[in-house]
Write a protein that binds this ligand. Structure first.
Ligand code: PEP
Ligand code: CO
Length: 478
């Protein structure tokens, strides 16, 4: 089937950008003033789009390539973006970490890497409980800056429709700067030797692993230089416009206000708020409001699936979200947890393969591996994250399938939110720089270490073993 939308195709039956309102909805927000909500939606609906239909079509084409094993998706960013961190240095460092990881992966995988940020709109958070009680006081939970504020006061926690408008504006400011940076280039890209990789030598890494890292860094530096010589273009020009945006499409008020038709593609609806919106694990009921909204848009759509997902449930979802069975329609983001992946993933992959659907399979090794420390901090172990990734690659390979991408919560800042890895963050260190507004993110060193390990695994075609010399920290199960 062609990747271009065909004008002959009828619009999706019974669908409109607001048909989701007829379906049961999870994670709904109770706005006290419906008129103020309608005004906010009307303002966003009149604003210019944040992304274009041709960018979305290009991403669809690239995801179709990833689904066929010829490209690879790297998706990452904050768990929750917050308005107060709409700063140039924060945005620059998010691009930097994604770009550096993608160069390492390009070297290992020998495939183009599709870079997708969890940014410019990742402002809404699903919560396991709609309310929170502290010292006998119960208030609505914090649902992300798109909905309310984090402070534990009635005023802060009241859902405020003006925040929908503010989210659009912060997304626009962020994206404007991202586009400028991508156009203008990142100065430090040319010199992987300046990539702060010293940590690789400092903690219990085996000599073989250290040699491999050093060889790979040198290779990337040479490859950049060679590419620039061969094409007479600077690296920043070569990577021009190759960042895509994504967020969880949780607030369907916000998403539908940015859902538009475009003159040159009659009959089709695009979510022009980001390139790759996804449905979260908590809102993926196949007969619910979120799936209803997502089935009608032309964007490639992500859907997160947790360890309780059955093959039957997944196939029902695919029948709705990938009704046209067109590669590039759908990205399945499995977040099964290191303990469950070998048990659950094979049945899901086999059922999908037998159905004829061809989604791109990604692994989110973060959300199935969240644990609480004794002091009540949420954290994740680098070893568990890596183990889920390596197991996913194994499972796909054993079934003649392939992993098409990885989804991370990460930051280039030196935070202490996840434990383990060469950077040596221990549970006792978590309070030093625990900054996330929601889930624990990989820091720069942890994220780069994982990129190197996956590059190594994909290049060598076998599991990486004995990456650490230190006791108690094997990077991968045998
Ligand atoms: C997330 O990506 O931050 C998230 C809430 O994920 P999930 O829907 O997989 O739980
Ligand atoms: Co999260």
């Amino acid at each position: 089937m062609s990747k271009e939308p065909s004008p002959e195709l009828p619009p999706t039956a019974g669908w409109s950008p607001t048909s989701w309102q007829q379906k049961p909805i999870q994670q709904a927000v109770a706005y006290a003033d419906p008129a103020a909500l309608q005004q906010a939606i009307a303002r966003i609906s009149a604003y210019p789009p944040l992304v274009t239909s041709w960018e979305i079509e290009r991403l669809r084409g690239r995801i179709a390539e990833a689904a066929a094993g010829r490209q690879f998706i790297l998706q990452g960013g904050d768990c929750a973006e917050v308005f107060a961190e709409c700063h140039p240095d924060v945005i620059t460092s998010k691009l930097k970490i994604l770009l550096q990881m993608s160069l390492v992966l390009t070297d290992g995988l020998k495939r183009p890497i599709i870079r997708v940020g969890r940014f410019a709109g990742q402002y809404a958070k699903p919560r396991s409980s709609p309310s929170e009680t502290r010292a006998g006081v119960t208030l609505p939970s914090y649902f992300g800056d798109l909905i309310n504020a984090d402070d534990f006061t009635p005023a802060a926690r009241r859902p405020d429709p003006e925040r929908l408008v503010s989210a659009y504006q912060h997304a626009a400011l962020t994206l404007n700067f991202i586009r400028a940076l991508v156009e203008g280039g990142f100065a430090d890209l040319h010199h992987p030797e300046y990539w702060d990789l010293n940590f690789l030598g400092k903690r219990g890494l085996s000599a073989t692993a250290r040699d491999d890292y050093q060889r790979r860094v040198a290779f990337v530096a040479n490859a950049i230089e060679l590419m620039e010589v061969l094409t007479s273009q600077k690296m920043d020009q070569l990577t021009h416009s190759e960042f895509y945006t994504s967020h969880e499409g949780l607030s369907l008020h916000y998403e539908s206000a940015l859902t538009r038709q475009v003159p040159r593609r009659p009959g089709w609806w695009y979510n022009l708020g980001c390139h790759l919106p996804w449905i979260g694990e908590r809102t993926r009921a196949f007969d619910g409001a979120h799936v209803e909204y997502f089935r009608g848009i032309r964007n490639p759509v992500g859907v997160k699936i947790g360890p309780t997902t059955t093959p039957e449930q997944l196939l029902r979802l695919l029948d709705v979200l990938d009704a046209g069975r067109e590669p590039g329609d759908l990205v399945v983001i499995a977040r099964l947890g290191a303990r469950r992946v070998r048990e659950v993933l094979p049945g899901l992959v086999s059922a999908v393969a037998a159905s004829g659907h061809k989604p791109a399979w990604m692994c989110d090794p973060m959300h199935g591996n969240t644990v609480s420390t004794k002091s009540g901090r949420k954290t994740r172990h680098v070893d568990a994250i890596l183990s889920e990734l390596l197991d996913s690659i194994d499972v796909h390979e054993s079934l003649g399938s392939w992993l098409a991408g990885m989804h991370f919560e990460l930051t280039a800042e030196n935070v202490t939110e996840c434990v383990g890895g060469a950077s040596g963050v221990q549970e006792a260190d978590l309070d030093t720089a625990y900054q996330t507004r929601c889930d624990p993110r990989l820091n720069y060193e942890q994220a780069m270490e994982i990129a190197f390990a996956i590059a190594e695994r994909m290049q060598n075609g076998k599991r990486a073993v004995a990456r650490h010399d230190s006791a108690g920290a094997p990077a991968a199960k045998a």
